[in-house]
Design a protein around this ligand. Structure first.
Ligand code: ZN
Length: 208
């Protein structure tokens, strides 16, 4: 959305218009909750999908803490764990809740802050790459290492991935990986509960 000011009869009129060019990275089915934790991609490349999992507090589902974290509104006094993470300036492009609802925090054309220190072997360039936020999309699934993800979450993840692959042709099904794979000493998400075979089966099944 962009605010434009029209002058008519010397009266300023503020009109909201959908600016398709500026917001082509918004996925329509997602509820939009803009995060300030983003900036411009340095090279306009979108060619990698990183799948994450998150629960706040850890192991608990539901509530508004993840949204609060990604919008810098998490109250550190509400839970001992919140005090550890409330100062972080982080985000992801999407969060898929347990019921499959999707929230978008950052336009996919913008750089979200989700990968942290990480590196990935780019098979196209035949080189290790760092600064993965520059060219990746981050999708968080609400979950933990132990609990199977919900069918509705796989459905929404496949839908979002299909849209991303159509929107950004450099992002192909061979350029999808986990946070754990790109930061193996620090991260485990989305963890062993994420069923990669099921995800790819649905992804390929829907695109053919
Ligand atoms: Zn992660």
């Amino acid at each position: 959305m962009r605010i434009i000011v029209k002058e008519r009869d010397n009266v300023e009129e503020h009109v909201c218009v959908i600016d398709k060019e500026a917001h082509h990275g918004c996925w329509m089915p997602a509820r939009q909750v803009p995060s300030p934790n983003c900036d411009a991609r340095p090279a306009n490349e979108v060619s990698l999908l990183l799948i994450h999992a998150i629960s706040l507090p850890p192991g608990q589902f539901g509530g508004s803490a993840i949204e609060a974290l990604f919008t810098n509104q998490l109250n550190p006094d509400e839970h001992p764990f919140f005090a550890e993470v409330a100062h972080l300036r982080v985000s992801a492009h999407f969060l898929i809740r347990r019921d499959g609802q999707c929230i978008q925090f950052v336009d996919a054309g913008q750089r979200a802050w989700h990968a942290g220190r990480s590196r990935w072997w780019d098979p196209g360039r035949r080189a290790w790459r760092t600064a993965l936020n520059d060219f990746s999309v981050g999708i968080e699934l609400e979950g933990d290492d132990k609990t199977p993800f919900a069918k509705a979450q796989y459905r929404a993840l496949v839908d979002a991935t299909q849209w991303l692959m159509a929107r950004y042709p450099q992002l192909t099904s061979s350029r999808i990986t986990s946070h754990a794979k790109v930061a193996p000493l620090r991260k485990t998400d989305p963890g062993p509960a994420f069923d990669w075979a099921y995800f790819y089966q649905r992804l390929v099944g829907q695109s053919s």
